[in-house]
Design a protein around this ligand. Structure first.
Ligand SMILES: [Zn+2]
Length: 105
């Protein structure tokens, strides 16, 4: 039971780290692209590079709000799981104590 919990925790943090790394890389490349193409030879309104820059900017903005949301959700999940864990611990020690008392009597 406990080793399975641990495994799940490892998997969860592994997935979180992977997603975080991918988002960071995506953000980094978007920044690099924008920086590189900022002074491009603009062809006007239908410029594909401008459209790409706009997409990159939207992507960065989405990730920024997404990361804030993710951190908020992760904090809530962490707090809830901590509460559940301490509740479980209390329950377990209480049952063990009452069991011991019963044995002593
Ligand atoms: Zn342009």
């Amino acid at each position: 039971m406990h080793s399975a919990d641990k495994k799940q925790n490892y998997m969860r943090s592994g997935i979180a780290a992977f997603v975080g790394a991918m988002l960071l890389i995506g953000m980094l490349f978007s920044h690099i692209y924008i920086a590189n193409e900022y002074h491009h030879d603009c062809t006007g309104e239908e410029c594909p590079i401008c459209q790409c820059i706009a997409e990159c900017e939207a992507f960065i903005e989405q990730i920024s709000t997404g990361v804030i949301l993710f951190i908020a959700i992760a904090a809530v999940i962490f707090a809830v799981s901590k509460t559940v864990q301490s509740f479980k611990g209390d329950f377990l020690s209480n049952t063990l104590v009452s069991f011991k008392v019963r044995l002593n009597n």
